[in-house]
Write a protein that binds this ligand. Structure first.
Ligand SMILES: Nc1ncnc2c1ncn2[C@@H]1O[C@H](COP(=O)(O)OP(=O)(O)OP(=O)(O)O)[C@@H](O)[C@H]1O
Length: 298
């Protein structure tokens, strides 16, 4: 388990991370959400020992994370850093050997990843010959080639097209299923919602939400309800327990206080005409973030 206790980072007078306490379980995918400047990269760099913390404790299996463990850790930094003039093969085998792999093993692992990402022809290409998105795939391979136990991915999906996002998502899910603990950051709520059991939302260095996705949604209480009908439903705008109302072409989308309100709405709709859709859903992480932080989040 990776444990952060009361971790704070000051840059001069500016507090980038404030009293952050987290437990990141083994063999799981943990999501770090937050807008620009929220403190995600700073937290990762402190976890990896690349940046000194101002106060607090960080431990992995009860011990500090340091360079001596680099063969157990994979890191995809936000600033991608490959050498443009080197070939993919030379660069990745070099990096893999630094992390304790023998060359033949590194090459066979690299070939397997290039096949998986459907770019076997990149083996002998120079990095500068690849597009930004494809360089990112190569950088991802450099973070995982040595089969780390702990994998930290800073914005792994940014800058990728939808096909490559899916390819990378499948790869991280596979790694998790094989027992890798994965921590990744994202600006995008839906990526974390789809992939993570546990998560933390940072806002200006402070955690505003933390815990299991299921528990966070359950304890939020509010639900989303879509009502599509062949008759006007605008009376629901002022219905008791409705906290948000949005008219859509076919009816309305509501945020309601709790499940009971949906039953009352259901009763109120009886006898008025044909209801084509009555769909009660959990709140999205975006809904939760907006409620907690009070800002729209993109
Ligand atoms: N070396 C540094 N010196 C001074 N301030 C810094 C330094 N590194 C980060 N900061 C500040 O710390 C805060 C958190 O930055 P950080 O890079 O951790 O955010 P982030 O959540 O990763 O943001 P983004 O999504 O934009 O990458 C920001 O206000 C940033 O300006």
């Amino acid at each position: 388990m990776l444990q952060l206790t009361d971790v704070t980072k000051q840059f001069g007078a500016h507090t980038a991370v404030k009293q952050l306490s987290l437990e990141i379980p083994e063999k799981e995918m943990f999501g770090f959400l937050g807008g620009n400047g929220a403190g995600k990269t700073t937290t990762f760099r402190m976890i990896l020992g690349l940046l000194d913390k101002t106060s607090g404790d960080i431990s992995w299996h009860g011990e500090p994370v340091d360079y001596g463990k680099s063969h157990l850790i994979g890191y995809l930094p936000e600033e991608r850093g490959l050498y443009p003039k080197l070939t993919v093969k030379d660069q990745l085998t070099y990096l893999a050997r630094l992390r304790g792999m023998v060359k033949s093993e590194a090459i066979s692992e690299l070939k397997a990843w290039l096949d998986r990402f459907q770019v076997p022809e990149y083996l002998n290409k120079k990095v500068e010959e690849l597009s930004k998105g494809n360089q990112q795939k190569i950088q991802f391979i450099s973070a995982v080639i040595h089969k780390p136990k702990l994998l930290i991915l800073d914005e792994p999906f940014s800058g990728l097209d939808p096909v490559n996002v899916e390819m990378l998502k499948e790869a991280v899910v596979d790694l998790k299923e094989k027992g890798t603990s994965i921590v990744f950051s994202s600006h995008r709520m839906e990526h974390v919602e789809e992939l993570c059991e546990h998560l933390c939302i940072l806002h200006k260095g402070k955690q505003v939400v933390q815990g299991s996705l299921r528990e966070i949604k359950r304890s939020f209480g509010k639900k989303n309800l879509s009502v599509y009908a062949d008759f006007p439903v605008d009376f629901l705008r002022d219905f008791p327990g409705v906290t948000k109302y949005k008219a859509v072409m076919e009816g309305c989308q509501l945020q309601i206080e709790n499940e009971l309100v949906s039953q009352e709405i259901f009763t109120a709709l009886q006898g008025k005409g044909f209801v084509r859709k009555f769909d009660l859903e959990e709140p999205s992480l975006n809904d939760i973030f907006i409620a907690k932080v009070g800002a729209s989040y993109e």
